[in-house]
Design a protein around this ligand. Structure first.
Ligand SMILES: NC(=O)C1=CN([C@@H]2O[C@H](COP(=O)(O)OP(=O)(O)OC[C@H]3O[C@@H](n4cnc5c(N)ncnc54)[C@H](OP(=O)(O)O)[C@@H]3O)[C@@H](O)[C@H]2O)C=CC1
Ligand SMILES: Nc1nc(=O)c2c([nH]1)NC[C@@H]1CN(c3ccc(C(=O)N[C@@H](CCC(=O)O)C(=O)O)cc3)C=[N+]21
Length: 286
């Protein structure tokens, strides 16, 4: 396969991480402590498990201390709140991440509101989402920030392009749409009520798939020469009793039509981790 059209998020994430490592090493003598990142995880979402594993490895590599707690799916809002308060007050912690999705009995919006906005490494506090909406500087959602970083690294300028974001979550779809808009794309956001999804996607110069449905974006939906960004992380059986990760895009067939495409794994996942560390280091250096 000709790999020159693959957007290599894994390689770019390594470059970002080595830059962060140097920044941390330069700041350590004055600060007397490394940056700290805390993750609060509730229950056992499979995509979250992959994320936590890779994040911890990456933190170790660049020199960020890991904190946090894994709660059972039955944890109460009061228990999570208490943990958030504790981490807000902990001077060793620069970044806090509340893993989504939460079990159905917990209100993500109410809990995200309790994060110290200056420690909101995931950019999901209403203050930081508001700053993004207004085009102001601030901590920005990691996955869409990772997508923008990939586009920039490969000199893909969204200005004037038709961008279609499939998915409208607070975690990915909405901030993604805002960042593409900020980069002067003409943005369409599709979701589960969108009619004629295939036609909507077919008009896109840039497609961002953030749905959580294995290989739902097929070649017939893709305009020849489109840039295809696959955010989906889906765990599916590998036919041999184990599992493998696949994205929301049918990679093999879409590869043939796309100008550029991100793989899963090795695409936006590693970039999300890199942006999380970058936000943490920014909060630490401030
Ligand atoms: N690579 C990475 O770093 C990350 C990957 N992910 C992965 O990305 C995927 C999406 O995550 P997230 O945004 O949190 O997921 P959510 O489940 O919160 O949102 C999914 C979105 O997809 C829409 N949708 C569902 N079914 C369809 C359909 N048939 N056609 C069109 N749209 C549909 C939903 O529409 P509606 O709003 O109408 O329900 C919703 O807006 C998951 O696989 C997740 O694991 C997530 C974060 C980071
Ligand atoms: N508040 C919050 N913020 C998130 O950003 C968030 C979340 N909750 N909940 C779960 C999803 C999922 N997610 C992933 C990030 C990286 C990989 C990742 O590193 N993927 C590697 C996997 C490599 C492998 O281990 O096989 C890759 O795609 O190459 C996966 C999944 C972030 N999420």
């Amino acid at each position: 396969m000709d790999t020159t059209r693959i957007l290599d998020g894994k390689a770019l994430a390594k470059t970002v991480q080595s830059r962060l490592r140097s920044q941390i090493e330069a700041a350590l003598p004055q600060r007397n402590r490394p940056p700290g990142l805390a993750v609060i995880r509730v229950g056992d979402d499979p995509a979250s498990a992959v994320y936590v594993r890779n994040k911890e490895r990456a933190c170790e590599r660049v020199g960020i201390a890991s904190f946090g707690q894994h709660f059972p799916a039955t944890a109460t809002a009061a228990e999570i709140s208490a943990k958030i308060q504790e981490l807000n007050d902990d001077e060793r912690v620069d970044g806090i991440l509340l893993q989504l999705p939460l079990p159905a009995h917990l209100d993500a919006v109410a809990l995200l509101l309790q994060l110290d906005p200056d420690k909101d490494a995931d950019g999901l506090h209403p203050i930081n989402l508001g700053r993004l909406t207004r085009g102001e500087a601030g901590l920005r959602s990691c996955t869409p920030a990772g997508v923008m970083e990939v586009l920039k690294a490969y000199n893909i300028d969204p200005s004037g392009k038709n961008a279609v974001v499939v998915g409208r979550s607070i975690l990915v779809g909405k901030p993604m749409a805002l960042m593409l808009l900020e980069a002067n794309a003409t943005v369409t956001v599709a979701h589960s009520r969108t009619q004629n999804l295939a036609d909507v996607v077919a008009a896109a110069d840039i497609i961002v798939a953030a749905v959580g449905r294995p290989e739902m974006i097929t070649a017939d939906m893709v305009k020849p020469g489109a840039v295809v960004i696959d955010v989906g992380i889906n765990r599916v059986g590998d036919g041999a009793g184990g599992y493998k990760l696949v994205g929301d895009v049918a990679f093999e067939e879409v590869f043939e039509k796309a100008a550029w495409i991100t793989p899963v794994p090795g695409g936006i996942g590693p970039m999300t981790v890199a942006m999380l560390l970058k936000n943490t280091v920014e909060a630490y250096l401030r």
